[in-house]
Write a protein that binds this ligand. Sequence first.
Ligand code: AMP
Ligand code: MG
Length: 438
Amino acid sequence: MKHSPNSPILLTSSLHVDEARKAISQLVDDLIEESNVIADPSDIEIVSLDHAINRILAEDLLSPIDVPAADNSAMDGFAFNGECLTTSEGNISLQIVGTAYAGKPFEGEISAGQCLKIMTGAIMPGGCDTVIPQELTSTQDATLIEFHQNQLKPGDNRRLRGEDLQQGKPAIAAGRLLRPSDLGLAASLGISSLKVKRKLKVAILSSGDELRSLDQKLDPGSIYDSNRYSLTGLLNRLNLEIIDCGIVRDDPASLKHAFIDAASKADVLISSGGVSVGEADFTKQIMQELGDVGFWKIAMRPGRPMAFGMLKPIAGRIPARKTLFFGLPGNPVAVMVTFYQFVRSALLQLNGANQTEPPITQAISETPIRKKPGRTEFQRAILGRGRDGRPTVKLTGSQGAGVLRSMSEANCFVILAHDQGNISTGDWVDVALFDGLL
Ligand code: AMP
Ligand code: MG
């Protein structure tokens, strides 16, 4: 391994978010390279289009046909031979000799002086290369159209065969996280199933003596375990296989047992809680036995403590595979922020996705925001539109790391960069939307 998570750079007292991301990405690359791991090329499945959403395409999808399959009209109008546009001046009049509909082509040739009424998508008849849109023509009667020669050029309003996609060329590149448009595109080529990477198996667990499951009564000092549910939601958006390892008590034996169980069957383990300064010590001990895990203090808010590394293959696991481990902080908002910032892209990378970063946009802050340089902050906010139509963003109430409501009401993060200081009303800020809409 080129970069151990325990390498000195990662033990600096506060790790820049970008350094943490780089180290994670490097380790994931190493895991892929080691080939005994998760992204094994043999791990490919064939799924029908209706099950392919949010899966990752395993091989380039080659188009079996030209799209469009024939030259056709881009407009409702009249098709004719465009040569007359270069040989005549002023008004041109053409005789209408028939009609071509989408799905019902006109059989026959069109000669000079003639035209064909044609609908959008209908195949261009023999002898025609140009379409004049209906609204640019005038008609004396149902058999004749007239238009001015300078209104178009030869070849206008015609879509050429193979213009969108050529037979044998990639229609969708390997590594695409499949979206609705990709499924439609595959269907438009007559393809009903796709080769995708198998679903990663992701184990989740919550650690903490204070945690209760939803069917238990809350005794004084206890709280419901919410993290497993937000994590399940986050993972479901990536169409993964989730292995729910439940709540684990804060004692070394239970934790060790749970980690071994996860390492015996999951590609990735995501735990929450138990990595803050007061609690990490016995987790560290267990990790020394089970794998190679770094305990980081990341210069970010929320989400400062985080553990990351891998668990060794458990004896008897076939094939022998390491398990990538993310020990996220326990605070419910910190869990979601660290997932967004570190885990999501690592899962996509591990499974061969070619684009792993969510898009960032910008909006104008409606209020001042206090920000100390020296850490990256993820504030919860609502992206909207000002009276002048420009995008605006407004924070959602209390920004405490445990206040899940701020997250629930928000539709985006305002991301304030490491070196950024206070924000004034009217400043542009970076924004990451929670949902990709399409
Ligand atoms: P920890 O990182 O274990 O110190 O936890 C930090 C805070 O997050 C504490 O207030 C915990 O009670 C809370 N917390 C930890 N795990 C969970 C969970 N699964 N659901 C809700 N809150 C949690
Ligand atoms: Mg705890």
